[in-house]
Design a protein around this ligand. Sequence first.
Ligand code: ISE
Length: 351
Amino acid sequence: MSENLRVAVIGAGRMGADHIQRLHRRIHGADVAAVADIDLDRAKAAIAGIPGARAFAMAAEAYESGDVNAVVIATPGFLHEQALLEALELDIPILCEKPLTTHAESAWKIVEAEQKLGRQRIQVGFMRRFDAEYAQLGGLVRSGELGELLMLHCRHRNPDTPPGFTNEMLINDSVVHEFDVIRYLTGEEITSVQVRLGKATSKAPAGQHDPQHVLIETEFGVLVDVEIFVNAQFGYEVGTQAVFEDGIVDIGNDGGPYVRRAGRWGGVVTPSFIERFGAAYDVEVQTWADAALRGEIGGPSAWDGYATAACCEAGVEAQKSGERVAVVLNQKPALYRASAALGEGDRLPRP
Ligand code: ISE
């Protein structure tokens, strides 16, 4: 009998479908046992060609099949709270796409439910931590090789937005990644968020003010500015310039073949996050599966999900007020202290 994880993927939309193929084709130690989507036809289409996988309309039906011992949650963020509570009830390993939940209060409920289990079951899908360049930058910060990290300049550009992408989602769905990598890179919590709305593109759908300029501060005073521009037309770009005492580091520039042809030179712009972070998703899901088989998590925890949810809440308030809004967190529970989720433990206090 296979010792592999028997994974239920909840949600067969863009990200869910991508994870289903990833689990089926590239991840060792995990099989797709079930796919649940309220659109049953979409679930059926998603399991085509995957031997032994079954399609359901509801997560509960997948669990009741008796053939599932791990779950990947890839539904829209506003459905995560219920899906997480249901999976925690079963005490199985969970990989939950970001955001953990869309509000700090519901994210805290999840943290409390996990604490009752007494062990960490939830890994949050902040894939940038598994991107080679972000990981190298994190290593540089921690090595102290370039002195202290002073500032980060982040750019987050998407070609366009799917229907229903609201103004709040620029923060909750997109800048949430910056909140996570800032915490990952600095090892510090974020203390305030301010959002400035300047000249807007005519290419944004009604109701969205795009681009936005987000100013963020961490507990030891690292200043961060984020350009979030989700209707940038030209393609996909996520990158950061890190300013150290002894050097400047840039990550996220398009690479790939540099072609000279027919009197022109150039390369290809990354089209979307699926290509930009494809390799990072593979490492993320493999790390999760390996850790799950050991009864552990291998990446960002429910605490990270809660802390970023609190940042998002402050960010959405700041979008409305234009003011600098403080991020206030509950005390970190013992379960998450000195957790290996960041890969390097908590930041040591400064002298
Ligand atoms: C999307 O959900 C992602 O997670 C992408 O990484 C991000 O760039 C995009 O803005 C989000 O909508």
